[in-house]
Write a protein that binds this ligand. Sequence first.
Ligand code: DX5
Ligand code: ZN
Length: 232
Amino acid sequence: MSRIRIAPSILSADFGRLAEEVKRAEEGGADWIHVDVMDGHFVPNITIGPAVTRAVRDATSLPVDVHLMIEGPERYIEAFADAGADWISVHHEVCPHLHRVLDQIRQAGARCGVALNPSTPVEAIHEILHELDLLVIMTVNPGFGGQRFIAHSIDKVRRARDLIAGLGATGAHRADASSCVIEVDGGVDRTTAPGVVEAGAEVLVAGSAVYGHDDGVSAAIQELRAAAGGES
Ligand code: DX5
Ligand code: ZN
């Protein structure tokens, strides 16, 4: 099993002290910083844009993982790449021309991901899986932090892992990418992490479990890593 990466979501951080909160995650052992971008259309909530993403970029040397929960994401890919995003994920549900958008993300210099809502079957992206660096499986309905993990998602992660393993077997994956990594996003904490990791998730996004932990960010990250089966 490859090393589990913990990606704290700044959605649950104190935005008034954002740089400090990002640094706290880095010092506490985070692997990536997850940035949730919401537009008030695709999801009800509105959050942040490229300027704040740039502030996150400037506060850390960790990879910045941008999750676009916006309609028409093709209008903003370059802006987020220029702001320093290392990974950019778009939602399948808003991209009729997904192949083109993935190309656009790569052209902009970032690694490309696709996120799936809980009601979108993983099979919907079967034809494009070999193009992906990252598959984001939403384990809550996107829009807010602090929601309850949808237990059925574990089967979905498992199916995704099997589909990706199948690509490996046929050598179908893009030549310039090693493999597609599975990220889970929503309701991940020490109780839900073991199941998703066992099913094949390698990147765990966690907002409230990290920034809402009574013992602080560092303890939260260690706890998650231990629950995921890694060293604490
Ligand atoms: C939800 C966001 C998540 C969110 C996770 O729409 O995509 O990244 O911040 O927050 P928790 O871990 O609190 O569910
Ligand atoms: Zn997210």
